[in-house]
Design a protein around this ligand. Structure first.
Ligand SMILES: Cc1cc2nc3c(=O)[nH]c(=O)nc-3n(C[C@H](O)[C@H](O)[C@H](O)COP(=O)(O)OP(=O)(O)OC[C@H]3O[C@@H](n4cnc5c(N)ncnc54)[C@H](O)[C@@H]3O)c2cc1C
Ligand SMILES: *[C@@H]1O[C@H](CO)[C@@H](O)[C@H](O)[C@H]1NC(C)=O
Ligand SMILES: *[C@@H]1O[C@H](CO)[C@@H](O)[C@H](O)[C@H]1NC(C)=O
Ligand SMILES: *[C@@H]1O[C@H](CO)[C@@H](O)[C@H](O)[C@H]1NC(C)=O
Length: 529
């Protein structure tokens, strides 16, 4: 805020100085890029500064959390959208040389918006990988190379284009950026059968802190371990992932069955906790929980929707459900037999009949003002605990929870195989969200509500550490460790995201990026040992 006592002439002068500064910074950056990439053609079309009419639309384009786009949120000096790997490399070199901090964006789904807003660095620029979305699927070798800026939906589509019996086990949502998504784990409807995205990565290329491009062999097994689950923005800029494809049957089955409190939702959900993590690993039944959208608030109830993917036909599914989970009362009418690619569209909530080509548009249908948190559950929550949860859900305007079963393949990895530690013994993960509308006068009310809900859940969920999913980034974590050093705070969220793997991540970070070039609000810290 500008104080009114500063004379206007001084203000104009200050404004001019800052304009000249950012213009010359941009020019120096471009000159440096040209020198370092050997690039002849103009780079002007790849750089967007606030004076460019497209600046706001580029900044907002893939950003998912509107809470981080409000006018008061800090804005970048400019956005650079490299169209080649060597320009990403040059951008790292030139940012270092000019002393300007960069943050990296692939798909823009970060829950706290840290791929497009920095609260701790001023000034900063965005390196946006939106133009780097190559995908090369090779069915013969069962593999694909995928570039960071491609989306999960594009990858699924390119696989489907070549084969109806191959797939890839990553996110349910189809606009996630491969770059930021796989770095944090990447779960989806096939996780109980095939594990996470990171469990199916076999090679990668990154730009490291010295501006070198390294593949798995060149980076070594320590760094290759760290980038498979250690979270985005700490170890380098991921350029390409090489992944193994997985087999999918020609026919899969999906269903969604909804139960309200009146229909016995509490007892059924209690039972789900005992069943879903142990049932056939080809079956993934998540639960979407929210108040019914009754027009009349006093008549609101809680609804639980069982939203499932089964890697097989309906008759086998019905047998499994009859034996293990009859309480849900699944019938043949509830089941939809379809292809794997159409199950992707179904689980991502596209209207029925949407053609798979929609996946190439990379468009998100989410975009909200929201705050979210996550928990991992290791023992079933009693019915009284669930009832307390319903009472809390009913008082927020637009809350949402998604419960996501573990077990199966997830239990076969040890906690230290990858930095993602939430493995054997985890029954399921809870994601809590609160959403609000643009005109909401009091967003703080919703954030306060979700923090209280999180406190309420404390006794029912994992503890020491209270685990959280790094891809559901939560900047509240570590903040309650009052009067502690920044390293102690980092250790607090670090143990939530990675458990003991945090210590190994810190050692690797200190070795490969001692100057902490890749840093953000929750990047892995360096430490002298
Ligand atoms: C609507 C929605 C649905 C979701 N569904 C799922 C789901 O089904 N399964 C699941 O596992 N997760 C899901 N997520 C979470 C998602 O996996 C994370 O938000 C993930 O980080 C998104 O990656 P991105 O590239 O889109 O995000 P970005 O915001 O671009 O990046 C996230 C983080 O990674 C860093 N980063 C980005 N690109 C790179 C790169 N190339 N190299 C290094 N660091 C990089 C960023 O700086 C930032 O710190 C969902 C999120 C949303 C908003
Ligand atoms: C909402 O429902 C309650 C209970 O059925 C009723 O008493 C109340 O009048 C209704 N309010 C409105 C605005 O319809
Ligand atoms: C998972 O944990 C259970 C209970 O502690 C144990 O019996 C089982 O052997 C473990 N499974 C694996 C694959 O480690
Ligand atoms: C906080 O830390 C400082 C420095 O270690 C110490 O002097 C102070 O007493 C601490 N305050 C509290 C409330 O623990």
């Amino acid at each position: 805020m500008v104080s009114p006592i500063i004379p206007l002439s001084l203000l104009v002068l200050l404004l001019l100085v800052s304009l000249v500064n950012s213009a010359s910074l941009e020019q120096s950056f471009v000159q440096c890029l040209k020198l370092n990439s050997g690039r002849k053609p103009s780079l002007d079309s790849l750089i967007y500064s606030p004076s460019n009419p497209s600046f706001t639309s580029i900044l907002d384009s893939t950003a998912q959390n509107l809470r981080c786009l409000v006018p008061s949120a800090p804005k970048p000096k400019f956005i650079f959208t490299p169209d080649s790997d060597s320009l990403v490399q040059a951008a790292v070199i030139c940012s270092k040389k000019l002393g300007i901090h960069f943050i990296v964006r692939s798909g823009g789904h970060d829950y706290e918006g840290i791929s497009y807003v920095s609260q701790i660095e001023n000034p900063f620029i965005i390196i946006d990988l939106v133009k780097l979305r190559g995908i090369n699927v090779d069915i013969k070798s069962n593999t694909a190379w995928v570039q960071a800026g491609a989306t999960t939906g594009e990858l699924y589509y390119r696989i489907y284009e070549k084969s109806s019996v191959h797939g890839f086990p990553a996110g349910l949502y189809t606009s996630l950026g491969i770059g930021g998504h796989i770095t944090g784990g990447a779960y989806g409807g096939m996780m109980r059968k095939y594990g996470l995205g990171v469990d199916n990565v076999i090679d990668a290329t990154i730009v490291d802190a010295n501006g070198r491009i390294l593949d798995r062999k060149a980076m070594g097994e320590d760094l290759f371990w760290a980038i498979r689950g250690g979270g985005g923005g700490s170890f380098g800029i991921l350029l390409w992932w090489k992944v193994n494809l997985v087999p999918v049957p020609p026919t899969v089955t999906v269903f969604t069955v909804t139960k309200s409190l009146k229909q016995g939702a509490t007892k059924i959900l209690h039972r789900w906790q005992e069943v879903a993590p142990y049932i056939d690993e080809k079956l993934f039944i998540r639960v979407i929980i929210q108040p019914s959208s009754a027009a009349n608030k006093t008549q609101r109830t809680v609804t639980t929707s069982y939203n499932a993917l089964f890697l097989g036909g309906a008759s086998t599914l019905l047998q499994i459900m009859k034996k293990s989970f009859p309480e849900l009362g699944l019938t043949r009418k509830d089941c939809l037999e379809t292809s794997w690619i159409k199950s992707v569209l179904y689980l991502a909530d596209f209207p029925s009949g949407t053609p798979p080509e929609v996946l190439l548009k990379g468009k998100s249908t989410f975009k909200n003002f929201f705050k979210a948190k996550s928990d991992f559950v290791r023992k079933t929550i009693p019915e009284t605990g669930l009832e307390g949860l319903w009472r809390r859900l009913l008082i927020d305007d637009s809350p949402l929870m998604i419960w996501n079963p573990y077990g199966g393949k997830m239990s076969q990895f040890s906690e230290s195989d990858t930095p993602f530690p939430h493995r054997n013994g985890t029954l399921y993960k809870i994601q809590y969200l609160t959403l609000w509308e643009k005109g909401d006068k009091n967003p703080a009310k919703h954030i306060d509500w979700i923090r209280k809900l999180y406190n309420y859940m404390g006794p029912y969920v994992s503890s020491f550490p209270r685990e959280a999913y790094v891809n559901y980034r939560d900047l509240d974590l570590g903040e309650n460790t009052k009067n502690s050093t920044s390293y102690e705070k980092a250790r607090s969220w670090g143990y939530s995201y990675y458990k003991k793997n945090f210590e190994r991540l810190v050692r690797i970070k200190t070795k490969v990026d001692p100057q902490n070039v890749f840093r953000h609000e929750q990047s892995i810290p360096t430490r002298r040992f």
